[in-house]
Design a binder for this molecule. Structure first.
Ligand SMILES: *[C@@H]1O[C@H](CO)[C@@H](O)[C@H](O)[C@H]1NC(C)=O
Length: 394
């Protein structure tokens, strides 16, 4: 064992580390309950949350907004920057609950929105969007509000979301739009499998986004990737139920930014409509998707484990007779396994004007009812390597 001198040194060192790391402890902390919020799930705490934000945002030193255990009723709230510091942490032990009447926030676009902020961390917490009433409304013939995204980040940089749970959003759970450098991990999303448009995480016009170690069960896309997404990394995510991971729909607009450098790695799809999908409208566009890697994917009873669909045209409106202008290239499918719930486990339905190119299948094994599944190709070019089942049609 070390001699007393070394021990003393270690002790001093550890004190020093504590003091430095403990800089957090010295940060200004604004507890919402100290500011008057009441954790009864009924008293509207919106103003208190906004005033905590104003204080944290006006602080020149790092600040923490603390939400203790309990249920806090919050209506739609925008936490806007720019702020005087770039280290604001929302530390949430409790639950933020949306009004039970879905009409209150139903037309707001976002329930909780961060915009023009730099350096915001959300740690822990449950966001309960109480969306079931709106889903029921949408399933009936009534006219209903569109619904709010539970948590939005817009035009913001250096965002961390750690250990957050989102339950029953009205519309999308989390949207990242126009952001740079976003790290999300340990996120848990849940909504019923038939809830409409409740995408787990939607990313668009953003770069350097990572989504790690998360579990997403919803009624729509697990992760949806929109135009203008570059350098997105998704790893160790469990999806299902829902529609799987989707790049697109691309090409909705004739002038559109492309999607590039997307890695989707170590993902399990359970009972989803798709596994990994790239989808574009069947009409002219400057959009593209390139440099995409799907790797180490497990499918459990997935309807379309691998799919590229460039003929999306809901209701056959706005595109009949047209072909997709979206160029899809350099898409690698590597180590994709499991079971397909339909016979066609691999489907590449590309644009006749801009055929898919550089598609690579490597070590793919998908079965349908314990038999070989089928692959279908239209205007798709590329190569196959290793074991590929169903047999490649590239
Ligand atoms: C995409 O990745 C390639 C290769 O890793 C890199 O050279 C390129 O700069 C990346 N594109 C963007 C827009 O960051």
């Amino acid at each position: 064992m070390a001699n007393p001198k070394t021990l003393l040194l270690l002790l001093l060192l550890s004190q020093l580390v504590l003091m430095m790391g403990g800089a957090n402890a010295a940060d200004l902390t604004y507890s919402v309950t100290s500011l008057g919020a009441i954790a009864d799930g009924k008293t509207d705490s919106t103003k208190v949350f906004l005033s905590a934000w104003s204080k944290a945002c006006a602080s020149v030193q790092p600040a923490v907004i603390y939400v203790p255990a309990g249920r806090f009723l919050v209506q739609n709230a925008a936490f806007s920057g720019p702020c005087k510091n770039n280290a604001i942490t929302f530390r949430i032990d409790g639950t933020l609950v949306a009004p039970s009447d879905y009409r209150v926030i139903g037309n707001a676009g976002n329930w909780i929105l961060f915009e023009h902020v730099n350096g915001v961390t959300i740690s822990g917490g449950l966001l309960d969007g109480q969306g079931t009433g709106l889903w029921a409304c949408k399933a009936s013939t009534k006219s209903c509000p569109r619904g709010a995204t539970t948590l939005g980040f817009s035009s913001s940089n250096n965002i961390v979301v750690n250990g957050l749970a989102s339950l029953n959003s009205q519309m999308f759970h989390i949207v990242i739009n126009g952001c740079q450098n976003v790290k999300m991990q340990g996120v848990k999303v849940s909504a019923s499998g038939n809830s409409p448009n409740t995408d787990g995480i939607h990313v668009q016009m953003s770069s350097e986004v990572t989504i790690l170690n998360s579990k997403i069960a919803t009624g729509d896309d697990c992760v949806s990737i929109g135009p203008g997404t570059t350098n997105l990394w998704i790893e160790n995510v469990a999806c299902g139920p829902g529609h799987g991971i989707s790049i697109g729909s691309l090409g909705k607009d004739s002038q559109e930014d492309g999607v590039q450098n997307v890695t989707v790695k170590t993902v399990t799809f359970t009972g989803t409509q798709n596994g990994v999908r790239i989808k574009s409208w069947g009409r002219p566009s400057t959009g593209f998707a390139r440099n995409i890697l799907f790797q180490h994917i497990v499918n459990v009873n997935v309807q379309n484990p691998i799919v590229i669909d460039q003929n999306y045209c809901p209701g056959n409106k706005g595109c009949p007779g047209q072909v997709s202008g979206v160029k899809i290239s350099d898409v690698i499918y590597q180590d994709i396994h499991g079971t397909s719930a339909t016979q066609v486990a691999v489907k590449f339905d590309c644009s006749s004007k801009y055929p898919c190119s550089g598609i690579k299948l490597e070590d793919v094994k998908l079965t349908y009812k314990n038999q070989a599944a089928e692959a279908s190709c239209k205007y798709a070019g590329g190569t196959a390597a290793g074991t590929v089942q169903p047999t490649s049609c590239l």
